[in-house]
Structures are given as structure tokens and as C-alpha cells.
Design a protein around this ligand. Structure first.
Ligand code: PMT
Length: 430
């Protein structure tokens, strides 16, 4: 059963070949009991007729900002107030740019400025256009402005290119909208009223702990074992969690990044210190996200003084011992029902069989979700500004796979966090 009965949705459509998919989406929404008003840009009407949507939704389609006839019915401000959710699918690169700069030159952009309803954008465009730094910058800006971006799907495009930029299938968009309304954060926010309150943020009232960066395991006073983690992914998640209204604690290995505003950070160096810091927060953490690249091993004995190079010794054998697994420790089941274990999310940095290893860790470490990161590709993963991941969520025996296309770590962090919190809230209810 969906939670869409009588929900008031504006379906915005801008001018892209994927506009036809929105007809199916409109049909699914109406079938589920939602009240749908369609707003089309001029470009959209070059791809699909307003009459199609009028027939599907039972309402006239809105196409002009200052149309006396339309204003006599439901004017643009009234329409902006009426909406509980605005979803724009497809959102073109041009519309993203106009929204990012606050333009209000047509009905759709005006509604986005005038409405207090959450606005979700489903970008759809050629893969090179999606990857272009200008589009990625606009995506980042839009998320900072409070828009929610629905990650585009990957695959073959209408133009023949292959990559990220396809509009997700209507069923995927429908489930996105359905989970948005089902998630409890939205409840009571938009009661039947002409002056809706702004939606509560997803993370309000939640305590989120995130680990980030590498650990350094000393060999002697001047040398250590470590890895290439820059902390960018973990810090992006922390910033996204603050934007969603959560209380955020970051436990960070040594990195060269500024602490995001509103985040409380504990700096650590070794895995043992990271474990200690995490354990202290365990009973006051609702959601734990382990993004840090923790060294699996440390030196059995750390030399007090700098180890000297021996003239007669061509080899040096180090004995390493296993570090504790921080994430698995945090995810252990507790018997104390007053202090349940946090909802635990891991990352899996893999260079081969990425999906298999990630799912194995998801189950073996008793996690709720895991983010599979293919670090064999240097454009994503360790140190890079961008990332591309697959999110696996687990409910009982059931594992759900959700690929997120390549984008900046800032945008990906926001998308990941949104999905994780929606899933967390669904799990809390069940
Ligand atoms: O920091 P960036 O440069 O932005 O790069 C981001 C990243 C590649 C580091 C990040 O996206 C990522 O994949 N982080 C996980 C790295 C890792 O150590 O993966 P793993 O597969 O070895 O570990 C699995 C999980 O167990 C991870 O959540 C890790 O934090 C956790 N772990 C591992 C070992 C250990 N002793 N304790 C742990 O908690």
C-alpha cells in the first residue's frame, strides 16, 4: 500500500527526450491516489503534448506564468502553496542552471522559488553534459540550496552514448516519491493548509557518528603504515548530515580538510584510538557511518627510537598484528533493549569482485547498509574529488542494490545520506 492517497504533487516537466517517461509516472501517481498538477516548460511541449497529461491527471496542464485564464483558476502562487511536493522529471541541464541562479522567467522556475514544498529534481541529459563541471557545480549548488537531486540512471542513452544521465524508470521515480511521503519525517509537515510549514529535515533529532580519513599505525617515532584516504568522502557525508539537521560527530584520521560547519570532530591517529572514540559514542549514536580507511594491521611492537638502517641487512621483516574491527564492534547486537545498537553503515573499498565482497561484508559485519566503492578506478575512491558507488541496504534476508552514478563527493554525500536516512526511518517503523 502506498502513502500517496490525496498527496498534492506538482509534476514539472522540462524539455528532454525523456519527457515521455513522465506520462507513465503521472499515471502511476494518479493510480496511487495522488492529486497531480502538471507544469510544463515550453521545451517540454516540443517533446510531448500537454493534452496527454491533461487526460492522465484529469486537470488542465499549466504552461504559462501569466495566463489570465489560468490565473483566474489556480494562480501561480496558489499552485505554489497547494503543493506538498514538487518533482521535476526530467530536469534539463539548462533548468538546473536556471534554478541554481534563482531565475524566475517561467512558471516552473517561479513555482520553485514561491513554494515552501520540497523540490526534488531528476536530472536527465547526455552523459557528457551531466559530467561537465558546470553541471556538477550546479548540482552541488542546488543541493546546498535545499533541492534534492535524484541520481540519474546509467546505461545507453537516446543519443547513442553510454553513461550516467538517463532519467530513472517511472517505477523508480514512483518509489522515490512514495518513500519520501512514507518516511515519518514528512508526517504532520504539510497538513491540509494553504500555508504549509516547511518540511522537517530528515536528520532532525538524530545523532550521527561518522568516521573518515585514514589511520596511521606507527612503526617508530618517524614512520607509519597508512593509506591514501583524503577524508573527502567522510567529510562530505558529515556536511550533508548537518544540512539534514542531525547532530553530527566526526571521528577523523589525519587529513588536510576543514571541519564542516556544525560538526564536532575528534581527531585520532591510530585504529585503536578510533575504536576508543567510537565506543564512547556508541550508546548516544543513532546512525553510525564508517567511511574511514582503517589500517587492517599494525606493528606488533613500535620501536622507541628511529629504526636505523643496518649496513649488513638488506631485508627488514616487520611483524604485524590485526587491528580491531571498529565497524563490526559497533554493529554487534546488544542485549540491553534500552541501548540498542546503532543503525550501522559500512563502506567497502575493493579493487575486484566489488559487489560480492561488499555484500559479504554487509552480512558478516551485521550491517544495515554498505557502500561499495570500486577503488581500482583512480577517478573515484581514494583521494579523488568524485566518486561512484553502489549502495546495498539489508532488511532481514533481503538485500536491495542501488547504484549511484559518478558525481562530486559533495553531491554523492548528500544523495547517499538522503537514501540512508529514508531507509533508516523505514526500518525504525517496521
Ligand atoms: O577518503 P577519500 O579519499 O575521500 O576516499 C574515500 C574512501 C575510498 C576511503 C571511502 O569511500 C571508502 O571506501 N572507505 C572504506 C575504506 C575501507 O577501509 O574499506 P574496507 O573494505 O577495508 O573496510 C570495510 C569497512 O570496515 C569500512 O567501513 C571500514 O571503515 C571498516 N573497518 C575496516 C577495518 C577496521 N579495522 N575497522 C573498520 O571499522
Amino acid at each position: 500500500m502506498t502513502g500517496l492517497i490525496n498527496k498534492r504533487i506538482i509534476l514539472g516537466i522540462s524539455g528532454g527526450i525523456a519527457a515521455y517517461k513522465s506520462a507513465f509516472l503521472a499515471r502511476l501517481l494518479v493510480k496511487a491516489g495522488a492529486k497531480v498538477n502538471v507544469v510544463m516548460t515550453q521545451g517540454a511541449q516540443a517533446f510531448i503534448q500537454p493534452l496527454t497529461f491533461q487526460a492522465l491527471t484529469g486537470h488542465p496542464v499549466h504552461t504559462h506564468l501569466l495566463n489570465p485564464e489560468a490565473e483566474a483558476g489556480m494562480g501561480h502562487i496558489e499552485l505554489a502553496r497547494w503543493a506538498e511536493l514538487i518533482i521535476i522529471a526530467p530536469t534539463t541541464a539548462d533548468l538546473m542552471a536556471r534554478l541554481a541562479t534563482g531565475h524566475a522567467g517561467d512558471l516552473l522556475t517561479t513555482l520553485c522559488l514561491a513554494s515552501k514544498a520540497p523540490v526534488h529534481l531528476a536530472p536527465a541529459m547526455n552523459q557528457a553534459m551531466w559530467q561537465h563541471p558546470a553541471t556538477q557545480r550546479n548540482a552541488q549548488l542546488l543541493t546546498e540550496l535545499g533541492y534534492t537531486l535524484i541520481p540519474p540512471a546509467e546505461g545507453e542513452q537516446a543519443c547513442g552514448d553510454v553513461g550516467a544521465g538517463r532519467l530513472p524508470e517511472p517505477e523508480t521515480l514512483f518509489s522515490w516519491i512514495d518513500s519520501f511521503f512514507k518516511s515519518s519525517f514528512f508526517k504532520n509537515s504539510f497538513v491540509e493548509s494553504n500555508q504549509p510549514e516547511p518540511a522537517k529535515k530528515l536528520g532532525e533529532g538524530l545523532r550521527i557518528t561518522i568516521t573518515a580519513g585514514p589511520t596511521q599505525e606507527p612503526l617508530d617515532p618517524v614512520r607509519y603504515l597508512s593509506n591514501h584516504s583524503s577524508g573527502k568522502m567522510g567529510y562530505a557525508l558529515a556536511a550533508a548530515a548537518v544540512e539534514q539537521g542531525a547532530t553530527v560527530k566526526l571521528i577523523s584520521g589525519p587529513v588536510n580538510l576543514a571541519i564542516p560547519d556544525g560538526v564536532h570532530c575528534t581527531h585520532i591517529t591510530t585504529a585503536a584510538q578510533m575504536l576508543e572514540a567510537c565506543e564512547k559514542l556508541r550508546s548516544t549514536t543513532d546512525v553510525f557511518i564508517a567511511c574511514a580507511a582503517v589500517a587492517d594491521y599494525r606493528a606488533e611492537a613500535v620501536a622507541d627510537q628511529k629504526m636505523k638502517k643496518q649496513a649488513n641487512q638488506d631485508e627488514l621483516i616487520l611483524k604485524l598484528v590485526k587491528n580491531p574491527d571498529i565497524l563490526a564492534t559497533m554493529a554487534q547486537a546488544t542485549v540491553d533493549t534500552h541501548k540498542p545498537r546503532p543503525f550501522c553503515v559500512g563502506f567497502a573499498a575493493e579493487t575486484q569482485q566489488v559487489e560480492d565482497y561488499a555484500q559479504d561484508k554487509l552480512v558478516r559485519k551485521n550491517l544495515d547498509a554498505i557502500v561499495a566503492n570500486d577503488v581500482s578506478d583512480s577517478s573515484i575512491g581514494f583521494g579523488s574529488d568524485e566518486n561512484r558507488v553502489i549502495l546495498f541496504t539489508r532488511a532481514g534476508e533481503c538485500i536491495h542494490r542501488d547504484p549511484l552514478p559518478q558525481s562530486s563527493k559533495g553531491v554523492l554525500g548528500q544523495q547517499l545520506l538522503f537514501k540512508l536516512l529514508v531507509f533508516y526511518k523505514e526500518q525504525q517503523k517496521s
